[in-house]
Design a binder for this molecule. Structure first.
Ligand code: ADP
Ligand code: ZN
Ligand code: ZN
Length: 810
């Protein structure tokens, strides 16, 4: 007799452990670890999905043989999680205080999450005397059961029958993973067979003649897509059925993939000859590809230095050794150019995985990887879980980006997962960036990673010249808060020269918010402690956090004054202002509002690349990865938006963003210029971004981090307490801190509780605690206990989240 252990689909702390089940004889040869199965669970033996974690020959001694239930069903014949991914999932759950089941679900395409349906089953027909219930079961023993679809009066009756066991509730696990198929025909006979048939046809049977002629020209056994045949021969599906009935061909279905499409086909590209610096970096990487063990490189290369070309060469080498490669990018919808470059080099053997795909497309890309039909995966954060085998190389481009950290449970960081997988496979890791995170750069400094530097632009063009414009002065002189005279002059100059400009304003919408000029009142979100943003296009005020919106008011809700009007500037308003400043300019605006539709960013960027516009105006989504040769001017309208964030990485984020966006200028043979407008012209992050001097920034910022005991000198964990009542959130937060104080190491620092920059979000009040520590076993243990107690807190209305290495402080 065989047993298995399984992690079941009940995300609670009590059930966050493997359960033992008996394997019925019919499944004993089929079942293996990593498979999805259906098991009974709990008192009511509800049927739920589970993942097999181990197969056992004997029952563990601590399990009561009389209580062991049997596996109901297996969902597929192949495991969906291999040994590596099962182990990874276990590690991730512990590391991030998450439920095992949630981690497994995160690692797989959405369609593999179970969908549950409820039914009512007739157990004892004779006991059912109520006519309406008899009618319900008139010709069946099981009916779908959804409370809102069943006559309300009937519910108590059904309840009674359920109590007396005349009927019972059934649970079904529905597999949502659907394979897409396409109809095909198979040619059954040789040409002579069809030839003979055709000679016997009456002259009027034109369609049949066409079909037979076609079949004559095909090899016996050939399989063709039915749709293509129908189009070519001008015949219908019914005609093919007739032919099949006559024994001429066989109709069938084959599996197909839903392949994600870019708006334009990708042209094949050839490898470029590496320059001296690139070659040096590549050689170092290449030598590690053949040797066992894991090497991690930090490729610090200025914008336009040709990091991507180094990646592509390294991937090619990995493939030629029969291994697979993974390349992570921050957000594919924003970097279609990158996908294009990888596909252009490696063609069909590349799988693309990101959140912009439909569930079906994602599932199909996942299967192509699972079946070893591809050897390169390009994708955003979750692609790090792609079921690639024999991984030789993992690349993380723009490794400093915060999007690599998932901001909800399980709060994993793709970089950490990548390093774990690389150790498992003995693979090489390349972290690339023009502005590496301080954590990674510090590791390179200590020799944990090997530092590789590209200090020159690949095409030998200089970095763009940057100037900082003091907007305080501009405001004083002209009252103008958006466009300095210098930026206007350069904008016009670019138009005259038919060159392109990238303008960044890190704030979408029309205006920042509405403000009453008489009493100062600012309309705020009903659910959050945030000012509502003005959107002129929709005529509404919108909360950028929860989506709440309302109509733009004409009068002040506080004092009744009509002098309530927009304050501050967003991308919508800049677009409007540009029409006055440069009326002839063609502008593309790219922000969350204009790029909601699938493929919209790809289209906008294509159009800009084809020079159908002069100015690309956008939020920070335009700062990354764009490579357009005719962009010779980059304007940053307000460099201060990220400086004011309540986040110890505010300076780092500002420096990174400015350096990245500045790097969009002058990438080809024409020189580039950058204009940075700011109200903090002397801030070191802005001055050093102007110089594009990463090394100096690294030194300065490290000193500050050291002085304030922040990363990379200390680790950080953020606790968040949320409750609908503010006092309750505070109470639990204070009690927790008091409890923690006795368990932590002396040098561990606890900041807070504080209500933070935003007190209320989505109708919940937040209290935050930041813990800074070095190595603290006591703390880790205490946090595990806290995670286990989170369930109890939740019952009393307080949600607790434990966030290791937090990147989001709002
Ligand atoms: P990065 O990713 O470091 O910002 P890219 O890889 O986008 O830089 O390279 C910048 C530009 O230089 C691209 O247009 C790329 O095609 C070109 N380039 C890169 N390497 C070479 C090379 N060895 N020879 C010629 N052009 C190159
Ligand atoms: Zn809101
Ligand atoms: Zn007012």
């Amino acid at each position: 007799m065989n047993y298995i252990t399984a992690i079941v689909d009940v995300p609670t702390m009590q059930t966050n452990q493997p359960y033992t089940y008996r394997v019925p004889e019919k499944f004993t040869d089929l079942i293996s670890p990593g498979m999805r199965i259906v098991v009974p669970f709990g008192k009511g033996n509800r049927r739920i999905q589970g993942f097999v974690t181990a197969v056992l020959d004997t029952l563990p001694t601590n399990v009561d043989v009389t209580k062991v239930k049997a596996v109901d069903d297996i969902i597929e014949l192949e495991p969906v999680l291999n040994t590596e991914l099962l182990a990874l999932g276990q590690w991730l759950a512990t590391e991030n205080f998450s439920f095992q089941i949630s981690v497994f679900q995160t690692m797989l395409p959405n369609v593999m999450r179970a969908k549950y349906t409820k039914t009512l089953q007739l157990v004892d027909q004779t006991a059912v005397t109520d006519e309406r219930v008899q009618q319900l079961f008139a010709d069946r023993f099981e009916v779908p059961f959804a409370v809102d679809e069943i006559d309300e009066e009937l519910l108590p009756v059904l309840k009674r029958y359920q109590m007396s066991k005349a009927i019972q509730v059934g649970y079904h696990v529905e597999n949502q993973a659907r394979v897409k198929t396409a109809p095909v025909i198979e040619v059954l006979a040789e040409a002579s067979f069809y030839e003979a048939l055709r000679q016997q046809l009456p002259a009027t049977a034109k369609k049949k003649a066409r079909i037979l002629t076609f079949l004559m020209q095909q090899a016996q056994g050939k399989v063709l897509l039915a749709r293509a045949v129908m189009q070519q021969l001008h015949v219908t599906s019914a005609d093919l059925n007739t032919a099949a009935a006559a024994g001429w061909l066989r109709r069938d279905e084959i599996e197909t993939y839903r392949l994600p499409q870019l708006s334009q086909p990708v042209a094949r590209t050839e490898p470029l000859t590496l320059n001296a610096e690139q070659q040096l970096a590549y050689d170092k990487i290449a030598t590690t590809l053949t040797r066992a063990g894991t090497d991690t490189f930090l490729l610090e290369g200025i914008t336009g230095s040709g990091k991507t070309e180094v990646y592509l060469h390294a991937i090619a080498e990995t493939i030629s050794q029969g291994k697979t490669a993974m390349m992570l990018v921050p957000e594919i919808t924003l970097t279609p150019q990158m996908v294009r470059r990888v596909q252009g080099r490696f063609g069909d053997t590349v799988a693309v995985m990101h959140s912009g795909l439909s569930d079906g497309e994602r599932y199909d890309e996942w299967r192509r990887v699972e079946r070893d039909e591809v050897n390169v995966v390009v994708g955003a954060r979750s692609a790090v879980f792609a079921p690639l085998k024999n991984i030789g190389l993992i690349i993380i481009d723009e490794e400093h980006e915060a999007t690599y950290k998932q901001d909800e449970n399980p709060r994993y960081h793709a970089r950490d997962v990548a390093l774990w997988r690389a150790r498992y496979h003995g693979a090489t890791v390349v972290l690339g960036s023009a502005t590496p995170s301080l954590e990674s750069r510090a590791r390179a400094q200590r020799g944990v990673y090997e530092l590789l530097r590209l200090t020159k632009r690949a095409q030998h063009n200089p970095l763009p010249e940057a100037v900082v414009v003091d907007m305080r002065e501009v405001m004083q002189n002209s009252g103008e808060e958006n466009f300095s005279p210098l930026l206007v002059e350069k904008l016009k100059d670019r138009l005259d020269r038919h060159e392109q400009t990238v303008l960044m304003l890190n704030r979408r919408g029309y205006a920042n918010f509405m403000m009453c000029r008489d009493c100062g009142y600012v309309p705020r979100c009903k659910n959050c402690d945030l000012a509502l943003t003005v959107h002129k296009e929709t005529g509404r005020l919108e909360c950028h956090y929860c989506g709440y919106n309302e109509i733009i008011p004409q009068v002040c809700a506080n004092c009744g004054s009509r002098r309530i009007s927009p304050y501050g500037t967003g991308t919508e308003k800049i677009e409007e202002l540009l029409q006055d400043i440069v009326p002839d300019a063609r502008v593309i605006r790219m922000d969350v509002d204009t790029s909601r539709k699938k493929g919209a960013t790809d289209k906008m960027l294509q159009s800009f690349g084809d020079k159908e516009a002069d100015i690309l105006l956008g939020t920070q989504m335009i700062a990354k990865g764009l490579d357009f040769p005719d962009v010779t001017l980059v304007g940053v309208l307000n460099a201060d938006t990220t400086l004011g964030l309540p986040d110890y990485r505010a300076s780092e984020k500002t420096f990174q963003l400015l350096t990245q966006v500045a790097g969009r200028a002058g990438r080809a043979d024409k020189a580039g210029e950058v204009v940075i407008q700011t109200f903090n012209p002397d801030h070191y992050a802005i001055q050093l971004a102007r110089e594009q001097n990463y090394e100096a920034f690294y030194q300065t910022e490290m000193q500050l981090r050291h002085a304030w005991n922040y990363a990379p000198y200390f680790y950080a964990i953020q606790l968040k307490f949320a409750n609908e009542t503010e006092a309750e959130a505070a109470k639990v937060a204070y009690a927790t801190v008091k409890w923690l104080q006795n368990k932590i190491a002396p040098e561990t620092v606890i900041l807070g509780p504080s209500s933070g920059a935003v007190r209320r979000l989505k109708n919940k009040y937040y209290y935050r605690v930041l813990i800074k520590f070095k190595h603290d076993e006591g703390l880790e243990q205490a946090l595990l206990e806290l995670a286990e107690g989170a369930q109890r807190l939740a019952k009393h209305g307080t949600m607790l989240s434990i966030d290791r290495d937090p990147v989001n402080f709002i």
